[in-house]
Each structure stands twice: as structure tokens, then as C-alpha cells.
Design a protein around this ligand. Structure first.
Ligand code: AMP
Ligand code: FES
Ligand code: ZN
Length: 312
């Protein structure tokens, strides 16, 4: 197969775009697609200071690479969650994130949850006794809390995450199955900042297929962690991803269409933000100063208050 741009040997074919590209043209094409999404959804400008949350995986490291290449001022944040699972998940993803930053002379903030709060995510989840699926929900809460804190303290205007189209389509699918109105309203490429202390959040890869991100990392020589988090095994989101992949294999472009049609329907007023009965009022946590939906200490502070920093 030939490259549609230069006629050279194509190495990657995208059925949904009816496009085949050689290595050099693919590595140039993908950042252009990301730049288009940044502009279309007015995510940020070259004047903003960005913080990208990196997990050591292909999506977030590639996102950092792309934003840096596009000329944005972007630092990284890695949160060490204290997850081992036999594959040394946290240690290895930290090593790869540090290696990535070091090789490009980029600045990486590292927050070690166990050192800073007294226990890693598995132990915090155990103590919080949150029932099934606890580690992932505790982990999600901790990541959101820490990302927002570091972004605020560092004076970053925007926090970017590496969620790709497959992630977003799977979440959308789950929310649609139950018509979870409030979640549907808040799902999108941009979550606006709130005066109460929530930093603007963006997902520049929301229109890029997971497969395209894997190809970018591979062809671009970005070393990343292949293993999934050990707690993700059996997660509903992976099941939804499988279902959507079956759909996509029969009908190329179905995933992208599902997500983009949703965004267009929302822009056209299908869901009105004013009609959201569940839009949370935000209070300030007296312990950490971060915004929280309930009065009094935030869930994160309650979860970590009895732990001794540095003790695991
Ligand atoms: P996940 O929730 O694991 O699918 O990750 C979604 C996004 O959250 C990633 O693309 C990263 O931007 C961010 N993220 C996940 N884990 C971490 C971590 N340990 N440290 C910093 N950012 C993370
Ligand atoms: Fe948080 Fe898996 S990455 S529980
Ligand atoms: Zn708090």
C-alpha cells in the first residue's frame, strides 16, 4: 500500500479516514489532528501554561510529546499511586515518565501518594472500605484531587489528560445506557474552570482512536508501559470498549461518529446546562482548601486524615 501523501511505502492505514500514510507523514499528520481539536474546542492558546497528567502510558506520553512539538509551554505531572500487582506497575510507569521528561529536558512534577499521604491507593481503598471496585473509584478521586491541587499551586491555567476517543466513547456508551443526564452534560473535550477553585480540564486526544495513539507512540519511538493497571481487569469500561470495537470493525468510523454526534447534539441544545438539577454547589474544604461538593472536609481529606505521611 502506498502513502496517500508522498507515494512512499505506507505503514499505517486508517479505514475510517480512508487514509494510508508512511511513517514520516503519519508522525506529522497526527499532531495536526490534535491541533485542529485544540482549536475547534478552544481548549487553550500558546499564552497558557499547561500541565499534562502523564501515567506512563502511550496516550499521555504521546500527548506530552505532541503538545511540546506544537510549541506549547507544557510541564508534566506523574502521580505515583503505589500499585504493584506483580508487574511493578507504579515503579515502572514512573521510570518511563521520568525517562521521557529527562530525554527532552521537560519538567515533570512527581507526587508520591504513599510518601505524601501515608499510604498507597490499595491501602487507602482498603481502609475506606468502599465495597467492590473500590480501588479504582478511590484512585480516580485521588487523581482528580491531586491533579487539581498541583495545577492550582503551580499556577497552570489548563490541565490536560490523555483520554482518547475509545475512552470517551466507552464512557459515553455507559452514560447513555442509563441516560445519566448530569454526567452526559459534563462530558466533553473541555470542562470549564470554576471560580471555587477547579482548574480548566481538557482532552486534546478525544477524537483520536486508541489504535492511532498506539501507532504514534510506536512509530515515534516513545517508550511506554504496556501493562494495564492490575485493578482494571474486568472493568466495565473495558467491556464497553470491546463492544464498540466490534461495531467499529463492521462499520469503520462508527465510534467517531457516535462521539461527534453526541457533541453536536449537545452544542445544538439537546441537553441544556441550565436544566441540570444535579449541578453541584461547591464548598471549600477547611483542611486542604480544595473545592468539594459537600460542606465540611472533602472526601479525599477524610480518606487520608488518619494516615501518617511517610508511613506505609
Ligand atoms: P486512565 O484513567 O488510567 O484511563 O487515565 C486517563 C488519563 O489520566 C491519562 O491519559 C493521564 O492523562 C491521566 N493519568 C492516569 N494515571 C495517572 C497518573 N498515575 N499520574 C498522572 N496522570 C495520570
Ligand atoms: Fe488507579 Fe488502576 S490506575 S486503580
Ligand atoms: Zn480536602
Amino acid at each position: 500500500m502506498k502513502c496517500d501523501k508522498c507515494g512512499g511505502k505506507a505503514v499505517f492505514h486508517m479505514r475510517h479516514h480512508k487514509l494510508a500514510l508512511c511513517q514520516a507523514d503519519y508522525l506529522a499528520w497526527l499532531p495536526q489532528q490534535v491541533e485542529r481539536a485544540i482549536e475547534k474546542y478552544k481548549m487553550f492558546s500558546h499564552q497558557d501554561r499547561l500541565l499534562v497528567a502523564v501515567s506512563g502510558g502511550k496516550d499521555s506520553l504521546s500527548l506530552w510529546d505532541i503538545l511540546h512539538k506544537l510549541g506549547y509551554a507544557v510541564d508534566g505531572l506523574y502521580i505515583s499511586l503505589g500499585i504493584d500487582g506483580g508487574v511493578n506497575y507504579s515503579a515502572e510507569s514512573r521510570r518511563l515518565s521520568e525517562q521521557f521528561a529527562g530525554s527532552r529536558g521537560l519538567h515533570l512534577h512527581v507526587v508520591d501518594v504513599a510518601a505524601e499521604y501515608g499510604a498507597g491507593i490499595p491501602q487507602i481503598a482498603e481502609r475506606a472500605q468502599r465495597g467492590r471496585g473500590k480501588a479504582c473509584s478511590v484512585c480516580g478521586l485521588a487523581k482528580r484531587h491531586i491533579m487539581n491541587r498541583v495545577a492550582r499551586q503551580g499556577g497552570y491555567q489548563v490541565l490536560a489528560t490523555g483520554h482518547n476517543l475509545d475512552d470517551e466513547a466507552a464512557v459515553l456508551f455507559g452514560n447513555t445506557l442509563t441516560w445519566a443526564g448530569s454526567y452526559l452534560l459534563r462530558q466533553g473535550p473541555v470542562l470549564e474552570a470554576r471560580d471555587e477553585g477547579l482548574v480548566r480540564k481538557v482532552k486534546p486526544l478525544c477524537r483520536i482512536y486508541e489504535r492511532e495513539m498506539a501507532a504514534y507512540a510506536w512509530l515515534g519511538g516513545i517508550e511506554y508501559i504496556y501493562d494495564e493497571c492490575p485493578f482494571a481487569v474486568g472493568a466495565t469500561s473495558l467491556y464497553y470498549k470491546d463492544l464498540l470495537n466490534q461495531l467499529e470493525s463492521e462499520r469503520p468510523g462508527a465510534k467517531l461518529n457516535f462521539y461527534l454526534s453526541f457533541l453536536r447534539a449537545k452544542a445544538a441544545g439537546l441537553f441544556s446546562p441550565d436544566a441540570d438539577p444535579d449541578r453541584p454547589l461547591l464548598h471549600t474544604c477547611p483542611a486542604c482548601g480544595q473545592p468539594t461538593t459537600a460542606p465540611g472536609e472533602c472526601t479525599f481529606c477524610r480518606m487520608t486524615s488518619k494516615l501518617q505521611p511517610g508511613e506505609t
